[in-house]
Design a protein around this ligand. Structure first.
Ligand code: FMN
Length: 163
């Protein structure tokens, strides 16, 4: 059964990781898109952090994928204020993850994702999913090539190749 990679990305870093994971595992790749896309600017940092801290969701486009066809679901998010991004919350809140092995992954400027991981894990479990691993990639002052290389390493190390 094929893996699924679902992700949200504001500035493209989580997208790079999601694409690398999907390619390595021959997985289906789906982007979570907000109905009112944010612009990467200072106000977004504030309002986004505030919403993430409050565990809010945001309005997202319908994701046309049958989760029951995918045993393993990778969910990618940037870390916002030590939390997953609101669009990712919305996806998890609206999904029945029963019977799925869920692997959350983050990109972030810093390198301590423990709070974000605890937060997203609780949400995944509330949606009946089982957290079956995780990884985080630091993006600050890291080239896109290195982000992709680190993503490939993380997949190889923890999740094997199914291709
Ligand atoms: C609203 C907002 C809040 C953020 N909060 C954090 C944070 O708490 N810790 C951190 O290390 N990076 C934080 N960042 C940086 C992003 O996590 C980092 O740049 C990430 O790789 C961006 O992913 P993206 O390009 O897929 O959007 C924040 C960025 C934004 C826009």
């Amino acid at each position: 059964m094929k893996a699924l990679v679902v992700y949200y990305s504001l500035t493209g870093k989580t997208r790079l990781v999601a694409e690398a994971v999907a390619e390595a595992l021959n997985a289906k790749l789906v982007e979570i898109r907000e109905t009112k896309p944010r612009k990467p600017r200072a106000f977004t940092y504030l309002s986004g952090s505030f919403a993430a801290l409050a565990n809010r969701g945001s309005s997202i486009h319908l994701i046309d994928v049958d989760l029951r066809e995918h045993e393993r679901v990778f969910i990618g998010s940037p870390v916002w204020a030590s939390r997953p991004a609101p669009a990712v919350n919305s996806f998890i809140y609206g999904s029945d993850l029963q019977g799925r092995d869920v692997i959350p992954f983050f990109t972030m400027g810093g390198n301590d994702s423990s709070q974000a991981l605890a937060n997203i894990s609780a949400k995944i479990e509330r949606s009946s999913g089982k957290v079956a691993g995780s990884f985080t990639i630091t993006t600050n002052k890291v080239s896109n090539e290195d982000i992709v290389a680190r993503a490939k390493d993380a997949v190889k190390e923890h999740y094997g190749q199914t291709v």
